[in-house]
Design a protein around this ligand. Structure first.
Ligand SMILES: [Zn+2]
Length: 203
């Protein structure tokens, strides 16, 4: 999505409706800095506020995301383009999330290994040794739920039996046996259990 074009469009619509940035911000219950950010193309309106914003500007969400008033003639083509772009955006974000997960894992392992090595080779009291090893485990204990959440929501799991791609429940991911990102889970479509791979694309 062309953030700069959308920003300019928001500005044009705001002016057409005789609103200052401050007035529009007040109507939406946000700061005028947020409005200014959109108009400069530095941020997109939150999905939670989009409907209200469109109401104030007297445009549709489709118009907003296209950065122009969409006529009936190009409506379908336009919606499809927006949906495709959103899918692409989601894929990009999912890939980033999975990279973040790997990074969290690596950092946790480095901390754990360093402290374990120190505890094993450096002269110290016994209780300190135990404490160091326990502290070494702390980051992974804290990070694990976040990593698992990423695993659940980023991309899809693909059923080996029927090819169905879906986002499983957190509990399914939590309890499933796994080898790296491949998990042994029950497919909601065909109800068969199989080793399901993580995939980014839906189709
Ligand atoms: Zn299946």
């Amino acid at each position: 999505m062309d953030q700069v074009k959308i920003g300019q469009f928001i500005k044009d619509c705001r002016n057409k409706n005789n609103l200052t940035q401050m007035q529009l911000a007040e109507k939406l219950g946000i700061t005028d800095r947020a409005v200014s950010k959109w108009e400069n193309g530095r941020a997109m309106p939150d999905s939670a506020i989009m409907l209200d914003l469109c109401k104030e500007l007297k445009i549709t969400v489709n118009d907003l995301l296209s950065g122009e008033v969409v006529t009936m003639d190009n409506y379908n083509e336009n919606s499809e383009k927006i949906i495709l772009e959103m899918v692409k955006e989601k894929e990009k974000n999912d890939k980033l999330l999975l990279k973040v997960e790997i990074l969290m894992g690596v950092v946790c392992i480095i901390i754990m290994l360093s402290l374990t090595i120190i505890a094993s080779y450096v002269q110290m009291e016994e209780w300190l040794r135990v404490l160091l090893i326990l502290i070494g485990f702390a980051p992974i204990v804290v990070a694990a739920p976040f990593m698992l959440k990423i695993e659940q929501i980023a991309g899809y799991y693909e059923c080996k039996e029927c090819g169905h791609k879906y986002v499983p429940k957190y509990s399914s991911v939590f309890y499933a046996m796994h080898i790296n990102r491949t998990r042994y889970m029950k497919c909601p479509e065909c109800n068969k259990r199989s080793w399901q791979k993580k995939v980014i694309n839906k189709d």
